[in-house]
Design a binder for this molecule. Structure first.
Ligand code: G3D
Length: 185
């Protein structure tokens, strides 16, 4: 048996997944993480370092890493790429046009990263409760998601304030990772 399949078997037994939450600062990453973890979302300070949360979802143990998105610390994202099963890319759907362009560029750069090559990608079009929020179809077009050939991807509209569709998105990413990583033996 190859080393890779042994590692997969070990991982399957633990049913553990490593998921990174990334996106520009202020996109709503920390609020999403707190919401899916069932915490009070009313008092959140901007992400300076990183948060790690471990939670159960559909029988899997998720280790979720939330790394800050300010421009000055984006270069540190790559320190967290190793062994990432899933990437959750959070978008402020009501953000300014120039920030949407930053968002497109940063995501495109991430998808070029060799260490993220195997990761499943979920895009959350967050802040749908705001009247000025773009639809997920508009976000998909701005981010040019249709061009992505290298990763399994899916976009879900959501609101971290109301909790709407967060679990639907998490179901999809956990299901896709489970199919890829745990069903190979
Ligand atoms: P980050 O971790 O990506 O940097 P945060 O983002 O989770 O800290 O959220 C940044 C701000 O956006 C917070 O507002 C937060 O309440 C708000 N926010 C997050 N998700 C939503 C959402 O779905 N809808 C709305 N309307 N706001 C959201 P403050 O005012 O605390 O800066």
């Amino acid at each position: 048996m190859g080393l890779l399949s042994i590692l997969r078997k070990l991982k399957a037994r633990e049913k553990e997944m490593r998921i990174l939450i990334l996106g520009l600062d202020n996109a709503g990453k920390t609020t999403i993480l707190k919401c899916i973890n069932g915490e009070d979302t009313s008092e959140i300070s901007p992400t300076l370092g990183f948060n790690i949360k471990t939670l159960e979802h559909n029988g899997f143990k998720l280790n979720i890493w939330d790394v800050g998105g300010q421009k000055s610390i984006r270069s540190y994202w790559r320190n967290y790429f190793e062994q990432t099963d899933g990437l959750v890319w959070v978008v402020d759907s009501a953000d300014r046009p120039d920030r949407m362009e930053d968002c497109r560029r940063e995501l495109a750069a991430l998808l070029q990263e060799e260490r993220l090559a195997g990761a499943t990608l979920l895009i959350f079009a967050n802040k749908q409760d705001l009247p000025s929020a773009r639809t997920k179809e508009q976000i998909a077009e701005i981010l040019k998601l249709a061009d992505i050939q290298t990763h399994h991807w899916h976009i879900e509209s959501c609101s971290a304030v109301t909790g709407d569709r967060l679990l639907k998105g998490m179901d999809w990413i956990v299901g896709d990772i489970a199919d890829r990583v745990f069903m190979l033996d």
